[in-house]
Write a protein of this length. Structure first.
Length: 305
């Protein structure tokens, strides 16, 4: 069978390091086109992987079957809505948007046209981590979880993402926060209320109340003063459980993106018990983070709309 044609919107560091290589070596799709406002960067990706460069969005959308988007969250909605209007299944970046209305508009547009979507919650799509998530979900009995994540993206000029403008403004809350909220929601259920506070620099702590009664915490910072280990742990009737460590983050990220492409090309390939990571779930994560942002500003617990 002919593989569906995949086109990538975005030419930044993450697109060049993960999305493009994963698409180029995918068994599920044929990487055929790239669209980006930075012509030089687009030509670099095109030359590396033998794909066409497009300057016109409509022509790009007409030339592909599946669209992947890797742009800042403030501009992702405009491309996502255009792709949905063109009838294209979507592989979105997290967060889907920082604006709740925009995230919900994307989910609604895809649902209206019955189009498949996956949000690239990287860790959740890594084979060993996804296996662990299925296991702990099946076990149940978890009353709390904790995720601590500390990085130096904002303070280390040698980090490949240091110069990313949107990360400097959004910080860990919107960059690493989506991963944490997605993982905890997947195991403990939807978040109904958030109490959050900010600390030194980019540091924030979120207390999440889940619909089933569980309460979890997220501590995060991207301007840590030194390299610091993080931890993800669940606690419940079966004791403590943590996901398997990620030994090669970049390599496993490429494999995770390839897995996401396979889901879009053949939704049944993920199996009947696959974790849900579609645009509607992405919009739910945005609602939680928006509530956390309100809580930091107000000093009060905030409901998740």
């Amino acid at each position: 069978m002919t593989k569906p044609k995949f086109g990538l919107i975005g030419t930044g560091v993450w697109a060049g390091m993960v999305q493009a290589p994963a698409a180029a070596h995918s068994d599920a799709v044929a990487f055929t086109a790239v669209f980006g406002r930075n012509r030089q960067a687009a030509e670099g990706i095109a030359a590396a992987h033998g794909v066409a460069v497009h300057d016109d969005l409509a022509a790009f959308l007409a030339a592909v079957d599946i669209v992947g988007i890797c742009v800042p969250p403030a501009v992702q909605p405009q491309f996502a809505l255009a792709a949905a209007a063109a009838g294209k299944p979507l592989l979105l970046e997290k967060p889907v948007a920082q604006d709740v209305a925009a995230a919900e508009a994307i989910a609604a547009a895809l649902a209206e046209r019955e189009l498949a979507s996956v949000v690239f919650f990287t860790q959740l799509l890594m084979t060993r981590v996804e296996g662990w998530l299925r296991k702990v979900r099946a076990e149940g009995g978890w009353f709390t979880g904790r995720i601590d994540g500390f990085g130096q993206v904002l303070t280390d000029p040698g980090n490949p993402f240091h110069a990313t403008a949107w990360r400097a403004g959004a910080g860990a809350l919107w960059d690493t926060g989506p991963h944490a909220v997605a993982l905890l929601s997947t195991v403990l259920g939807p978040v109904t209320e958030v109490a959050a506070t900010g600390g030194q620099g980019d540091f924030s702590v979120l207390v999440l109340t889940h619909a089933g009664g569980a309460v979890s915490t997220v501590s995060q910072r991207m301007d840590a003063p030194a390299p610091l280990p993080g931890e993800t742990a669940l606690f419940g009737v079966n004791g403590k459980s943590s996901p398997p460590p990620v030994e090669n983050w970049m390599g496993e990220s490429v494999a995770a993106y390839a897995a996401a492409l396979s889901r879009l090309a053949d939704p049944a390939s993920a199996g009947p018990d696959a974790l849900v990571m579609d645009a509607a779930f992405g919009a739910a994560v945005t609602r939680v983070l928006a509530a956390a942002e309100r809580s930091i500003a107000s000093g009060r617990r905030e409901p998740v709309a």
